[in-house]
Design a protein. Structure first.
Lengths: 162, 160
């Protein structure tokens, strides 16, 4: 790994965790993060075991257990998994498109020196998603993909994946 | 081949029933991913879940992709240049935990190659309207300007 190489220690890229639930959230996260892959050391985190790192995919993808707003008892093991990832990986920033696992990560990161950037799913047209509203007060930045939902202060619009 | 998919989170029996009825009437090959639905298709091949590779291959090979109004499927369909018909889940029928798919339908319908249907009649209408050949001429870049702007903004935030 590059961390063992003295050449890389001075110009090491910031490490960024990118977290999303399977399906639409994951696909959006990928569209947002693909252009970041060569500028940051990206580590992807998802409950979607089907996306785990394979021979075809050179990216680092860590699998966590799933939880949704409908399965609150699963949130506690998930929180421990996320904390252990934070401790091992020591990321500078976290990006998430949702849903629940991303929100839990943001609430934990609030107590750690990790920048949190929430990109609300493009599927949420008329209001910020439930998980987005959960993190709104805690995230360093909340980004909507719909201009009418931006207030240019707490929630900003800077483009969309489509 | 027509590919039907309802996502992994919830069943969507209504869409599967409509497509099963359509398949019976038209005798065209239809493959459906039905999640945990309890309606078992009689006129379509079906699977509950597919792995990512098979899923994408089905989208690529389909002449039309029929889906619940989920963002992931819309993005995948656009990337594969397959026309997609989306039907929204309804909160009042217990098909999702809120009505965001109904809100979404209004703007999804404006995207190239995306056709919205909220009833069985509209679904059948869209199926008979679609001409895949028109759609294949659509230019579909994998990274739009808006996407690039969004990603650049995030990169600046991280480096701040």
């Amino acid at each position: 790994m590059s961390s063992n190489s003295p050449v890389n220690t001075n110009n090491k890229k910031p490490k960024v965790l990118a977290i999303a639930s399977p399906g639409g959230h994951w696909i959006q996260l990928n569209k947002i993060c693909n252009p970041l892959d060569d500028r940051f050391e990206m580590v992807y985190v998802t409950p979607g075991a089907q996306y785990a790192t394979s021979a075809k995919d050179s990216r680092r993808i860590l699998t966590i257990s799933d939880a949704s707003a409908d399965s609150k008892h699963k949130l506690i093991p998930l929180a421990f998994q996320l904390l252990s990832i934070f401790i091992k990986e020591r990321p500078s920033a976290i990006i998430s498109t949702g849903a629940a696992p991303g929100a839990i990560a943001f609430l934990l990161a609030k107590f750690l020196p990790i920048k949190t950037i929430w990109v609300d799913s493009i599927a949420n047209v008329s209001q910020i998603s439930r998980s987005g509203r959960m993190v709104q007060k805690h995230a360093d930045k909340v980004i909507t993909q719909w201009e009418p939902l931006s207030d240019n202060k707490r929630v900003v619009f800077k483009g969309s994946i489509l | 081949m027509i590919f039907v998919a309802v996502g992994t989170q919830f069943p969507f029996n209504r869409l599967i029933e409509y497509m099963d009825a359509w398949a019976a009437e038209h005798g065209q090959e239809v493959i459906a991913q039905i999640s945990d639905g309890d309606y078992i298709p009689k006129n379509m091949k079906w699977e509950r879940f597919l792995d990512g590779e098979q899923y994408n291959q089905n989208i690529a090979e389909a002449s039309v992709f029929v889906s619940h109004a989920g963002m992931g499927n819309i993005i995948s369909a656009r990337e594969q240049q397959t026309p997609i018909i989306v039907m929204n889940r309804q909160f009042k029928l217990g098909e999702h935990r809120n009505d965001h798919q109904a809100d979404g339908l209004k703007w999804m319908d404006k995207l190239d190659g995306v056709y919205a249907a909220s009833t069985q009649e509209e679904l059948n209408q869209q199926l008979s309207n679609i001409k895949a050949s028109n759609f294949s001429e659509m230019v579909c870049s994998s990274t739009t300007v808006g996407n690039q702007n969004l990603s650049n903004y995030i990169a600046d935030l991280i480096n701040e």
